[in-house]
Design a protein around this ligand. Structure first.
Ligand code: 5AD
Ligand code: FES
Length: 349
């Protein structure tokens, strides 16, 4: 698909859009099937050394109470995931690279493997780290890593991140490369509907994902957060409903471009539309991340406004998602890792 065609598809409305979403659904069914896989999400710390201009837990936001979940709390959430046949968890945190943090994650990985008989799959989402750290965590049991590029256009990247050595676009790219070389299944993605973002930027984002040959993707609408610098540009934003529709179009076009990758139904979709995640499953996503973060911490992990599931504990989130997914006509792949087929094929090549 050429860039011009992608730009056109991203903007479609009405009958043509219906056709696009129908086509991506068909491609999804043919390539990855109708199963949805659970990844239990544990947001284990909101302490962050970075200052991304869009993010509610950026270092300079002093309204956030900083927390670190205890090992016991994290392991209990993993135990729940394992007992409920989630097959896989995601450990996510702010970005910290201290030796203590690196060691802590390393220990946790080993303990999670132990408690689950080596069965629970572990994805990390802990930001940019050195090649050595990525390798160390890989050897201790992590096999997937999520690190969004946020925008593949360096100019836009620096409009949504501070221009300093702690927020280098090049470093982000290099980290993605390290992750791949280490042997991880690599996931990345972008925010959709950012201020200053054009349709051409988004088309380039999709072509970027294809070019660097990712295994997994998570992308959702940008949602403004009052206590962040980017909030001042909110008058430039398209209405939330349009950002939502555009996010679904992005998912649909990505499914056409990369039929066999795993695509997550991003939680941010549900901050705009109560049925947002199910709608993403219908048009092309096949991964969902039920929230397993202890409820008392959730208030303090609000990357954006209207983040859903603030009060629903893990039991409720599971039941809720189970019902939603079944209503949307998909099947849940309980007890299966649901690895990216793209990754399997990639490592055979
Ligand atoms: N709106 C939408 N998504 C956001 N993220 C962070 N802040 C926001 C926001 N204001 C996303 C980023 C990050 C992921 C963990 O959450 O893409 O990579
Ligand atoms: Fe840390 Fe956004 S400021 S992830």
């Amino acid at each position: 698909m050429e860039k011009r065609e992608i730009i056109r598809l991203l903007q479609t409305k009405g009958e043509e859009r219906t056709q696009l979403l129908k086509r991506s659904r068909e491609v999804k069914d043919q390539s990855v099937g109708n199963k949805v896989y659970f990844r239990g999400l544990i947001e284990f710390s909101n302490i962050c050394s970075k200052d991304c201009l869009y993010c509610g837990i950026r270092n300079s936001n002093t309204n956030v109470v900083r927390y670190e979940a205890t090992d016991n709390e994290i392991l209990e959430a993993c135990q729940f995931a394992w007992e409920n046949s989630f097959a896989s968890v995601v450990l996510q945190s702010g970005e910290i690279s201290s030796p203590a943090f690196i060691k802590r994650v390393d220990n946790l990985l080993k303990k999670i493997k132990q408690l689950s008989n080596n069965e629970l799959g572990i994805t990390l989402s802990c930001g940019e780290q050195s090649r050595e750290t990525y390798l160390r965590w890989f050897e201790s049991g992590a096999h997937r890593f999520l690190l969004r590029i946020e925008s593949s256009n360096p100019d836009l990247y620096y409009k949504i991140h501070p221009k300093n050595s702690n927020h280098l676009f090049e470093k982000r790219l290099e980290s993605l490369q390290f992750l791949k070389e280490t042997g991880y299944q690599v996931g990345t993605g972008v925010m959709i509907g950012l201020p200053f973002q054009t349709y051409e930027d988004l088309a380039n984002d999709l072509l970027f994902l294809k070019k660097i040959d990712i295994d997994m993707c998570g992308m959702g609408p940008y949602i403004e957060h009052e206590n962040t610098p980017l909030y001042q540009h909110r008058h430039l934003l398209m209405p939330k409903q349009e950002r939502f529709d555009l996010a679904l179009n992005m998912i649909a076009v990505l499914r056409l471009l990369m039929p066999d990758i795993n695509i997550a139904a991003a939680t941010a979709l549900q901050a705009i539309d109560a049925a947002g995640r199910e709608k993403a499953l219908v048009v092309g996503a096949n991964i969902i991340m039920p929230n397993l973060t202890p409820v008392n911490y959730r208030e303090e992990y609000q990357l954006y406004e209207d983040k859903p599931c603030l009060d629903e504990d893990k039991e409720l989130c599971r039941n809720c998602l189970e019902a939603r997914i079944e209503m949307s006509g998909s099947e849940i792949g309980y007890g299966e890792w649901g690895d990216s087929l793209h990754f399997r094929r990639r490592i055979k090549r």
